[in-house]
Design a binder for this molecule. Structure first.
Ligand SMILES: [Zn+2]
Length: 404
């Protein structure tokens, strides 16, 4: 589509106060700019799509905006510099992708250029994304500049994997950990974009997109992009389900319902139906794990807990299914489904693994784990020891590990 701008770019935040879900970081940076205490080097950590690059560009604009005589917490977004930084091609704000420029040569070039004054702005700013990908040689070269940075140079590093950044670099940076963005905030932001774009989308559909984004605004926006480019008219929840390739809720409820009532054959048939609809084994296993996680949360924190991110109808259904389990059984079920999800990739017997997990969950009382065995033995030896005493102790309330 000519001239079509993806939503993530069209709606990229342009001011500190706009970055969704990262308010504490934005506040600290605003104060730093206001009080003139901007550090020489920052490290932004967090998973993809949580606002690291956006925040880095806003900070760069704040430092270099031409509309003010000094760094300003409210860059104008109108001047040449603000616009160029927004596009990612300003002469004084150099964006480097650490994943594709990992070597010593790139960092040597950076060091050679860093000594020159900025062309038209107050600061020369180097933004290195995925900085953990640099080679050790490159890190060492970078360290030399970090130890004695020229007055006019600022560094902003971003990484999804801070554990791989050497301690010598970390200790010279002010670090900000960007959090995963809560589903409700992603949903609200997507909703406001849909309104701005005059797009109709069902609330449950929007919620499902936000959930699938799992904390990443960028993922949420690109899913919305895909939906809008395919949709003619209002976007329904069914369209989202088919785009995501996730099993529909009602099918998952049937599957979990069969498991909960120990109907192994029915559960396997339901799984077969889900796979026949084109849902992948991975998505099915993940959805199963999600169901049991939500049931576990429902059993421990109550059905209306904020930790459960589900539409109300689904929430109630899972809550009543959860009542048929003990909490340890739900914990065990989460463990079983999570471990099968992890082992699926690359397995030549992936389907058998998922089926085995379903059977195991449906016939859970036949699978006694070591912990409960020890507990049972302890209970038995305890009750035989007290059997002769005059006052009979009540046996500790014991429940089978499986269903109630
Ligand atoms: Zn400006």
């Amino acid at each position: 589509m000519a001239g079509y701008l993806v939503l993530a770019r069209k709606y990229r935040s342009t001011g500190f106060e706009e970055v969704v879900g990262q308010e504490p970081i934005a506040r600290t940076l605003v104060n730093a700019v206001k009080t003139g205490r901007v550090a020489h080097a920052y490290l932004f950590t967090g998973t993809r799509g949580v606002g690291k690059t956006t925040m880095a560009r806003i900070l760069a604009k704040a430092l270099n905006c031409l509309s003010a005589d000094e760094p300003t917490p409210k860059p104008c977004n109108e001047c040449e510099v603000c616009k160029a930084i927004g596009r990612g091609d300003d002469v004084d704000v150099v964006e480097i992708d650490g994943a594709s420029n990992r070597g010593i040569d790139q960092i040597r070039e950076l060091r050679a250029n860093a000594v020159y004054r900025p062309a038209r702005s107050r600061y020369k700013i180097y933004y290195i994304d995925e900085v953990h990908m640099l080679t050790m040689e490159a890190f060492n070269a970078l360290l030399k500049t970090l130890e004695e940075p020229p007055e006019h140079v600022k560094f902003i590093f971003a990484t999804t994997d801070p554990d791989r950044v050497p301690a010598t670099i970390l200790s010279r940076c002010q670090r900000f950990d960007f959090r995963d963005i809560p589903t409700s905030l992603i949903r609200d932001h997507l909703k406001s974009i849909c309104e701005a774009e005059s797009v109709e989308i069902a609330d449950d559909a929007l919620f499902r997109v936000a959930r699938a984004a799992s904390g990443s605004m960028r993922d949420g926006l690109s899913l919305l992009d895909q939906l809008l480019s395919a949709a003619e008219g209002p976007v329904s929840d069914a369209e989202v389900v088919s785009l995501l390739g996730t099993p529909p809720d009602e099918r998952m409820l049937k599957l979990v319902g069969a498991i909960a009532s120990g109907q192994t054959a029915a559960a396997l048939t339901e799984l077969d139906g889900i796979l026949a609809d084109g849902v992948t084994l991975e998505s099915s296993a993940t959805a199963l794990c999600d169901c049991f996680r939500n049931m576990m949360l429902s059993a421990t924190c109550g059905a209306d807990s904020e930790l459960i991110e589900l539409p109300d109808a689904l929430r109630d259904e899972l809550a009543s299914l959860a009542e048929r389990y003990t909490v340890p059984a739900l914990v065990q079920a989460v463990g079983v489904t999570q471990s099968v999800s992890r082992r699926l990739r690359g397995s030549s017997v992936a389907r058998a693994l998922v089926e085995a997990a379903v059977v195991r969950l449906a016939e859970t009382e036949k699978f006694v784990d070591a912990d409960s065995l020890v507990r049972r033995l302890e209970e038995l030896s305890g009750s035989s020891a007290s059997a002769g005493s005059a006052e009979k102790k009540k046996p500790a309330p014991s429940r089978p590990i499986g269903r109630r």
